[in-house]
Unconditional design. Structure first.
Length: 163
């Protein structure tokens, strides 16, 4: 049969136990020791990705879109986001394939001057985590003047998060 105590009873019993464990006034304890208390927090991160869809391409004008990578890491952790070159294997020469090829590029800035890349080329994005979801913008552009055959064009770019 389980024993139930009310909180007041438990506190009284604990206080009594502590009083009994104390040496009498003027008496030295038989032994004294220390207890080390430790904890460890491992760095961790989570990431969400949204696809980048250029929609219908028209050769007369460049197609420009934006997507977002969201990262949440343990506060104070420095993290780095890199995007590989996709099927082309080179961040400087990205292209989608289908019935033919359609060149495109990914950028870290809205002005499309700095290529978003990895060790093969371009640059990565580094930030210090604040414990909340942080946005890393990815700006995409398909240059005008290309004339591939009609159809769908695809590429798969791998995002690498290091911390």
């Amino acid at each position: 049969m389980p024993t139930c105590f009310r909180m007041g009873t438990i506190l009284a019993a604990m206080s009594l136990g502590l009083a009994l464990a104390q040496p009498a006034a003027g008496q030295e304890p038989d032994a004294v020791g220390t207890l080390q208390v430790r904890a460890r927090l491992e760095a961790s991160c989570s990431v969400t990705l949204q696809d980048l869809d250029f929609g219908e391409y028209r050769a007369a004008s460049a197609s420009q879109v934006k997507t977002v990578i969201e990262v949440r890491c343990t506060p104070g952790v420095r993290f780095n986001v890199a995007l590989d070159g996709g099927g082309a294997g080179d961040a400087d020469l990205r292209r989608m394939t289908g019935a033919g090829e359609l060149s495109y590029q990914l950028y870290v800035d809205a002005s499309h001057r700095r290529i978003f890349g990895d060790a093969t080329g371009g640059e990565t994005v580094s930030m210090e985590a604040n414990g909340k979801w942080q946005r890393v913008n990815v700006y995409g552009s398909v240059p005008k003047g290309q004339s591939p055959p009609p159809g769908g064009f695809y590429d798969t770019v791998t995002m690498t998060l290091t911390y």
